[in-house]
Ligand binder design. Structure first.
Ligand SMILES: C[S@@+](CC[C@H](N)C(=O)[O-])C[C@H]1O[C@@H](n2cnc3c(N)ncnc32)[C@H](O)[C@@H]1O
Length: 470
């Protein structure tokens, strides 16, 4: 019985029983089992693939077993999900995938269901991916149901994503977006201003170092690099940039921070606020930009633990950043009574539907019922921030969700509540900072900018910019 399969199985249980994050559960289970690099990679592929593909795999298991997934013992169902991923997602030889799964079932589930596992998986292994998708489509309740099952998305998420694309006149991109959600992203790195080298020069240097995976100066952020593989921490330790100035960060997040900091030149003495800063990725960009321009940043985060992560994240630019921990709706988050800020980032807590490719289990954990509480909080945080925006100051509202209820609806309502705010052209601001500039394909007539995994290779970040009347 391969130890990687046992680890992958345990991770599936951790995610289900303890609501664990798959990446954290994987790291600790791999450590506990002392897997070597190859087995660790196999355990990761198995667990992440089975979690991401769960919707589609369950439908295939139901078709093969002739019963609902909900009627199958949960332990057996996880064994089957791992087995189907090997058969259809990894092209493991069918006999090996079936035999290993039967062994796993004997070890972790009811031994008397080993025959059931054997039969269901053998039947699945006899048909190709295309044939299974055709069968899913034939038996589906509707076209949406078929698309949701085949692309392994919950139906409500599929509808939300389509609504957001339709609002930009790009409904036709839905299939591409759903496919992009199922591809683990390339590792992106931000090289912060102050690193003493630009991404292009660093990439050229790394290409000459054959012992390490290459960095390339690609992606839409002017600070961005992409890594072809390997452990980013080891690669970053090797590149010779001062610690903390080269860091793993999605390029959509980089662009969101830069759209605010580079919207117009920084006047020395400007005061900036990052209201929801944890764990501090964008704060580090703000801090580096503030240092260059002579501004200072107040970074607030409600959770004390995450505020500590912000402190660590900004260590390289700490002289420009003060970190505090309060509820962003409380006056204490803003410091001295009457203090106002020239630029405020509200990177609000959100459903995270724009980052599904990063966390394989996330799509199954979110519920539409989570949204009302989140949208209420988003509106309250924005109101609190708008109160403390200096005359002429700019507020950036950012989410890593494209759900319209968390994006345009929130902004339109804010503008109605607060006539002193005017929405700026965030598309122009993002294009203005992006690598490739005007070629960046931002769609729709709204002034806000929506980035997408399938179109930009970033998380689906939403960025709106609002200016207070001078
Ligand atoms: C989307 S994350 C911010 C990500 C961060 N800007 C970055 O780039 O690393 C939202 C953060 O808001 C925090 N948060 C949630 N409720 C809050 C509140 N009432 N006040 C302030 N922060 C809050 C969460 O703990 C979370 O760390």
């Amino acid at each position: 019985m391969s130890p990687a399969r046992l680890v992958a199985y345990d991770v599936l249980r951790d995610v289900e029983d303890r609501e664990a994050y798959a990446n954290l559960a994987l790291a600790s289970r791999i450590r506990e089992a002392r897997l070597d690099g190859r087995d660790a990679a196999l355990a990761t592929e198995l667990a992440a693939g089975a979690l991401r593909g769960r919707g589609r795999y369950d439908r295939i298991i139901e078709l093969s077993a002739g019963r609902d997934a909900a009627e199958i013992d949960p332990r057996t169902l996880n064994v089957l999900r791992l087995g189907v991923h090997q058969l259809l997602g990894m092209r493991t030889a069918a006999h090996a995938a079936v035999n290993e799964s039967v062994e796993l079932q004997r070890r972790v589930g009811r031994a008397n269901a080993a025959g059931f596992v054997n039969g269901v998986l053998r039947a699945i292994g006899r048909s190709s991916n295309e044939e299974w998708d055709r069968r899913i489509a034939e038996r589906a309740r509707s076209e949406d149901d078929a698309l949701a099952a085949i692309t392994s998305h919950p139906s409500w998420v599929l509808r939300a994503l389509r609504d957001a694309l339709r609002a930009e006149g790009r409904e036709g991109e839905l299939a591409e977006l759903l496919a992009a959600d199922n591809r683990p992203p390339r590792v992106s790195i931000a090289l912060l201003p102050g690193a003493g080298v630009d991404p292009e020069t660093l990439a050229a240097g790394s290409a000459a170092d054959e012992a390490y995976p290459a960095l390339s100066a690609t992606g839409p952020s002017p600070l961005g690099l992409e890594l072809s593989g390997g452990d980013p921490a080891r690669v970053l330790a090797r590149v010779g940039v001062p610690e903390g100035l080269a860091r793993v960060q999605d390029q959509g997040s980089q662009l969101a921070a830069l759209a605010l900091t580079r919207l117009r030149p920084v006047s020395p003495g400007e005061r900036w606020l990052d209201l929801c800063a944890g764990p501090g990725g964008k704060t580090a960009v703000l801090g580096a930009e503030a240092l260059r321009g002579g501004a200072t940043v107040r970074a607030n985060e409600v959770s004390a633990h995450r505020a500590e992560l912000v402190r660590r994240s900004v260590a390289a630019v700490a002289e420009a950043v003060e970190v505090v921990s309060h509820d962003g709706r409380d006056a204490a988050a803003f410091g001295d009574r009457g203090a106002v800020f020239d630029r405020i980032l509200v990177d609000a807590p959100c459903s995270g539907l724009g980052a599904l490719r990063r966390r394989p289990e996330a799509r199954w954990r979110k519920r539409p019922a989570d949204l009302p509480e989140l949208t209420a909080l988003q509106a309250e945080l924005l109101d609190a921030a708008a109160e403390r925006l200096a005359p002429g100051g700019v507020l950036a509202y950012v989410t890593c969700s494209p759900h319209l209820a968390e994006t345009r609806v929130i902004v339109d309502r804010l503008l109605r509540r607060r006539p002193e705010l005017r929405e700026l052209d965030a598309k122009a601001a993002v294009r203005g900072v992006a690598r490739g500039g005007d070629a960046l394909d931002l769609a729709g007539s709204a002034p806000s900018a929506q980035l997408w995994p399938h179109r930009h290779g970033t998380d689906a970040m939403f960025i709106a910019l609002l200016q207070r009347e001078a």
